[in-house]
Design a protein around this ligand. Sequence first.
Ligand code: PLP
Ligand code: COI
Length: 354
Amino acid sequence: MLDIKITKTETPKEKPQGPLGFGKIFTDHMFVMDYTEGKGWHDARIVPFANFSFSPASMVFHYGQEMFEGLKAYRGADGKSYLFRPDMNAKRTNATNERLCIPHLPEEDFVQAVSAIVKMDEDWIPTEEGTSLYIRPFIIATDAFLGVAPSKTYKFIIILSPSGAYYASGLAPVGIWIEDDFVRAVRGGVGYTKTGGNYASSLAAQVKAHDAGYSQVLWLDGVERKYIEEVGAMNIFFKINGTVVTPMLNGSILPGITRDSVLHLCKSWGIPTEERKISVDELIEAQKSGALEEVFGTGTAAVISPVGKLRYKDDVMTIGDGGIGTLSQKLYDTVTGIQTGKLEDNFGWRLSVE
Ligand code: PLP
Ligand code: COI
């Protein structure tokens, strides 16, 4: 159990009015905890949200030794605050930490820290349909040292952001650009981790996709540029001839928690699912033959995000009638229903914040 010291802000901010957007507004407090080699994690605290002061030599600025997570808190109709599978974020934190030589963070401490900061700023959880409190835990390397080596000191920080839909279009289907030049990750690299560098290296393709009128990039494998991997901020699913197909976890894609939840839900509804390699050629064929019924992305920020259009080189594929597919809508309603306490939680995924 962490002993969390609390310092309350003396200048609480006005709560936002009107559309929230994503990740632009921050609450009154943040959680901070330090790590020092030989001492471990120490000085867990909740303090007013404020700027930090760091040495310009801090290692995170130079070699990117950092990790982050993303989860959400929801306000139930019963007035309680809920988290969705935070234990999975805690586990993924340590999978990332191990790969990046960041010290292990006990899972129960991660969940306690997230719960404590959410409880503190509970009245910032928005209640309008489609909104939630986005939670961003992250760890940065803080040694002032320009040598390339694991840092000996770190900061674990959690900030909170009341947010609406990740895409400006809300649940309306997005257009996705299948990138045939740049790649995101290779097996043996850090593709399965949640670290900033993965996102920095995705920007050039994302800019290209945006300029062409697409919302995000769908990555192909880094070796043959032939197999579907994932989207910039979500995993990807295809409904082909009644079967729900998603790329298998291969070390280069993020093991999404929403992805895992969607697979569980589909199985519980008796829908056949497959986790396997899917080539872009198979996809084009399926679309041409009419077998490709639905495409949707899954992610904490994106929830279930229907894809209406996919571009690959000279092919522009319209999915179904370009609208929201029946399964995408049912998954969206079910996942958000469980998250917000409207639906029964048969899987034990919801954690009420005490
Ligand atoms: N893939 C990438 C690259 C992501 O950034 C995210 C978002 O977290 C996901 C997939 C979806 O993961 P999750 O469902 O755990 O949010
Ligand atoms: C999330 O869905 O939590 C993410 O981390 C995506 C993010 C890159 C916006």
